[in-house]
Design a protein around this ligand. Sequence first.
Ligand code: CUK
Ligand code: CUA
Length: 669
Amino acid sequence: MGKWKKLGIGGLGIVVTLSLLFFFTGTLQTKSQQGKLPKGAEEIARARGLSPQDIEAALKTYVPTGKYDEYIMFSSGGHSGQILVIGVPSMRLLKVIGVFTPEPWQGFGFGSKESGDILKAGYMPVGKDRTLTWADTHHPALSETNGDYDGQYLFINDKANSRIAVIDLRDFETKQIVKTPNMISDHGATFVTPNTEYVIEGGQYAAPIPFSNYAPLEEYKEKYRGLITFHAFDRKKGRIDESRSFQIELPPYWQDLCDAGKKESYGWAFCNSLNTEMATGGIEEGKPPIEAGASQRDMDYLHVINWKKAEEVVRAGKVKEISGIKVIPLETAVSEGILYFIPEPKSPHGVDVAPRGDYIVVSGKLDTHTTIYSFKKIQNAIKAKNFEGKDPYGVPILNFNDVVEAQVEIGLGPLHTQFDDKGNAYTSVFIESTIAKWTLGEPYNPKEKAWKLVEKIPVHYNVGHLVCAEGDTVSPDGKYCVSLNKWSIDRFTPVGPLHPQNFQLIDITGEKMQLLYDMPIGIGEPHYVQMIKADKLSPWLVYPEVGFNPATMSKSDTAPLPGKEKIERKGDTVEVWMTAIRSHFNPERIKVKEGDKVVLHITNIERARDATHGFAIDGYNINLSLEPGETSTVEFVADKPGVYPFYCTEFCSALHLEMAGYLLVEPKK
Ligand code: CUK
Ligand code: CUA
């Protein structure tokens, strides 16, 4: 009771709120139910200490059993190297997609040749130990058609090793991992061009090209360079086509986030940078630390890149081929008018293109403003060759005042910006721990409403990115934003010194932003998320045919089919064609000799939804997940003699435990 009084709301307030809400939701119910509160609702709220606002928030997020979410978020899984799939508004975790990291449930990287090959393609091209089993995933990007999400593919980067992955949204599985040539780290990735012609990957920490070409830090300015990669995407094949991809050499500033131009700015890309000071640290020798050296200047450079022009230059062959990829040299990028710089304030981080492609919003981590550049003004300045000078590498620098449209005082530490359908922008403010809502200028809003801070809402705490429904496309939906908070301090039951991160769901439909829900994220550190209308996705519920190979997305010729199960020996190779159906494998006895190579093809011949079977061989680190219709291959050398049961790892049926067999490895004499 005390709590209610303290809130100054009282029982009447709850009854009113509840009645109003039930009146509203009641329109969806039958007449006899209308306006009726379930018995005891008020008592429950009171007993649980819920305020009227809590109840309203609960009603807005609750998705009853049997009902689906309106939006789906694809979140970077951070260091886990995975993707998290989350429903909105319920904030229920729907799936974890194995991407750069072996994922045991999906059997991704645990024995199937197909997934192993995908992972291996992303290993390092140099060095003895090429294996990589983690990634620092940052920015997922949904494929786009005309600047709108089309629900077909998803991309994500690995900042730690400069890699890009392709996920097919028909089965939500990883199809390709590309280790980007020449680059060792990235950050401005992944961002797609409006028709997914390219997946953009901006670099981060400058290094020699390729990074395996050793050069001491004393030669930083001469030998180190930045890079941006345009990975050509073949939508038909659903794969990055490395033969058509290209890179542009950049000065050794640390390029940061990128965004693709759209509509008006189609054909251009924008990346910001930090450390135009080219600091490399050296506290060991009494030099300033990197963080101080890299923040001496008031301005860094927004990179303005004409990728349409770059395409022409690549076609004309004005490139160097380095490590098997076409690279446009820096001098060529300058002489061909591919690259321009614009000063951008203090330690820039986010760069986000407005829905019509007309404005580019940049935020500086050590600034209090968002800075908005006009694409038209940029084009005019380039055409008029209105440059204030050149950087040490000859890149023309546009005059800040010529191209800036507005600056909006937001608060300390603005990072990333998203948009809604009403001409508003939402910026995450890191140091303040807030989300700031502000208005865009014309043509989004009439003059008197333009470029103004509207409202701020506190978030808990240290927000990085935020996402709003389709909020980085040409047609944002509004409705919801989610704040991706790095710290959660006092929000959740303590679980040791490593705290969960906190995704906070915010309703942006009303006059005021309303915080609805906290979702702890126990997998860190997610950086970016995209939110797509759920009805834009049309994933398969089972694979389209029995014997379907997800790696090729086609029916496999080698898939075992019912009645065709067999075991064949050719020399030292034992090849097995096996089927799986509730509740047995066929064959169920595999006898080999120590040292034999075993090639096992397995098809799950089920057609019922959810009828997944696993296939694990004890002691051999093998586990597959076979969805209905799926076929997979396992290859291994039976180098350990003994008796190795194999069994189904999904509780598929009443006789699941009986769904098993024996691998007998007879020892050498
Ligand atoms: S992010 Cu990669 S440092 Cu602000 Cu896009 Cu977190
Ligand atoms: Cu199949 Cu358990």
